[in-house]
Design a protein around this ligand. Structure first.
Ligand SMILES: Nc1nc2c(ncn2[C@@H]2O[C@H](COP(=O)(O)OP(=O)(O)OP(=O)(O)O)[C@@H](O)[C@H]2O)c(=O)[nH]1
Length: 339
């Protein structure tokens, strides 16, 4: 269980993930050469002996830290924590080395599972106090994505975890293919923002300092998501959206969450929600990654807004009927609340 408070003083971290060759290094170069006026420390994880990516990254002012001996998500997570720890000490001035930076970007290998990387910032208390996970940015290669998604769990997971998806290499496919792919991505992950890019060219404001992990942020679902239909693909990664305006029963909800985490935690990659709980004047916001779950009271419901619970779950082989039944079981048997 984690809570996030006084988020503002912490150093934001962006995690850049994506399929092999999708354009991560191109994006990194775009960020580092843009006129953003920030000092960025970059942690590059290259799978293999030689960190070729390091040589391709431009920008002399930035500090590049390299992790070489394996994939960031498994063997080197300790290495990631070590580097983050060293950077923290260097910024605090408690080590011989002085490095100043305003934010960190971690470029992961195309094979990395984003979950353990994201979890690092919640599980380790010292990390959580110093760093704040800003967003997971996933690069998707418009040309090869359909094949990658058909073939691999990892590609699907990277889409599942994304807060922002950059649909890159738009020059290599026609509009119809692009729209079809975008729809497929949206079905897998309805709450990420999707931008189409060529050569990873994107307004930096769309990807940095977006606070995607902030608990008090309103749940932002793509408004067109529910209306569109394209069920050509049998992706194991899918999403479930549940909502209701009637208040929820807290005790039943706790039982539901208990069962959820115990029985379905490994399958639910990311979830977010806003809850309208009977007798509670604030909105309750919650989110989680697998079994790491947190919920906190947010602002009061405003008199002019409709109180509404809304839950989005992204995961693998989700049992939609089970989730819907459990959620429905938490609804108090009353008419919708009128403000
Ligand atoms: N046609 C086309 N090529 C692109 C685009 N964006 C990047 N590329 C090229 O695609 C290749 C791979 O780009 P990178 O930025 O190295 O991709 P990456 O995700 O860092 O690759 P890995 O580190 O191997 O996973 C390079 O040759 C880029 O110049 C694009 O929008 N269109």
């Amino acid at each position: 269980m984690y809570t996030v408070e006084n988020a503002d003083h912490r150093v934001p971290v962006s995690v850049l993930t994506g399929f092999l060759g999708a354009g991560k290094t191109t994006l990194l170069n775009h960020i580092l050469t843009s006129d953003h006026g920030q000092k960025i420390a970059v942690i590059v994880n290259e799978f293999g002996e030689v960190g070729i990516d390091n040589q391709l990254v431009v920008g002399a002012d930035e500090e590049i830290f390299e992790m070489n001996n394996g994939c960031i998500c498994c063997t080197v997570r300790g290495d990631l924590i070590r580097i983050l720890g060293e950077l923290m000490d260097a910024k605090r001035g408690v080590s011989d080395r002085k490095v100043d930076f305003d934010r960190i970007i971690i470029e992961t290998t195309g094979l990395a599972d984003p979950a353990p990387v994201a979890q690092t910032f919640f599980v380790d208390e010292e990390m959580a106090e110093f760093y704040k996970l800003d967003a997971i940015i996933t690069m998707v290669d418009a040309k090869h994505a359909p094949q990658h998604l058909d073939e691999g769990h990892k590609a699907q997971e990277q889409v599942a975890f994304a807060d922002v998806i950059l649909l890159n290499k738009t020059d290599l496919v026609d509009m119809e293919e692009l729209s079809k792919l975008e729809q497929r991505l949206r079905t897998m992950n309805p709450y990420s923002k999707i931008y189409r890019t060529h050569k990873s060219n994107i307004d930096i404001g769309h990807i940095l300092a977006i606070n995607a992990f902030d608990l008090d942020k309103k749940l932002e679902l793509d408004p067109g998501f529910l209306e569109e239909e394209d069920h050509d693909h049998d992706d194991d990664v899918t999403s479930i959206v549940m909502s209701d305006e009637r208040p929820l029963d807290l005790n039943k909800l706790e039982a539901f969450f208990g069962k959820w985490l115990q029985e379905h935690g490994p399958d639910t990659f990311r979830y977010k929600g806003i809850l309208n709980i009977k007798g509670v004047k604030q909105r309750i916001v919650f989110q989680g990654i697998h079994m790491l779950f947190s919920s906190t009271p947010d602002r009061d419901w405003r008199p002019d807004e409709t109180k509404k619970s809304e839950i989005v779950i992204i995961g693998r082989n989700l049992n939609q009927a089970w989730f819907q039944e459990q959620f429905s079981g938490c609804i108090m048997d009353t008419a919708p609340q009128v403000n």
